[in-house]
Write a protein that binds this ligand. Sequence first.
Ligand SMILES: C[S@@+](CC[C@H](N)C(=O)[O-])C[C@H]1O[C@@H](n2cnc3c(N)ncnc32)[C@H](O)[C@@H]1O
Length: 184
Amino acid sequence: METEVYQPAEDSRLLAATACDEITGDERVLEVGTGSGYVAERVAAETGATVYASDLNPYACEQARNRGVPVARADLTSPFRAGVFDRVLFNPPYLPRDEDAERDDWMEVALTGGETGREVLEAFLDDVARVLAPGGSVLMLVSTLTDIEAVAAYAADRGLAAETAREEKYPFERLAILKITPEH
Ligand SMILES: C[S@@+](CC[C@H](N)C(=O)[O-])C[C@H]1O[C@@H](n2cnc3c(N)ncnc32)[C@H](O)[C@@H]1O
């Protein structure tokens, strides 16, 4: 169902454009939380890379599959084998929970990252290094609404170096793509 699936917006486009500039055709890529499949489809089409995807939302899996994206219904990186992806992409849910506006549906899952806004992306950072191939890296979207320095500090505590690959300013927030690489 369209209304149950996050549709491409400026954050999706910023992640897709950055990924298309960075990724080469010989890479194996995983997009976590693919939603409509827009980012995964565009990266596959523009770079020639082999792109797989995951999402928790079954309606998102269906939409992505209809775009031709191979997708697994999964929690983050949990079902994937260790050491296989040259690049992992994620545009996570990042808004802090607003109890007055909270909804019990898939759009809430797409948008809200718990009390701090960082709960889902922190769970992602806890496991993502496991699925990276040697020399691999992560491209993850973050927002000033989520405290970008706190995200970088959390990554550093897990042996992951984060640098800003690209950023864009909007009226209420600044969006950035962090390039995250295991330090050893
Ligand atoms: C902000 S939307 C981004 C969608 C799409 N990648 C884009 O950029 O347009 C976040 C996506 O992450 C998915 N998601 C949230 N928690 C997840 C989890 N634990 N495992 C997998 N996907 C998850 C949501 O269902 C949603 O599709």
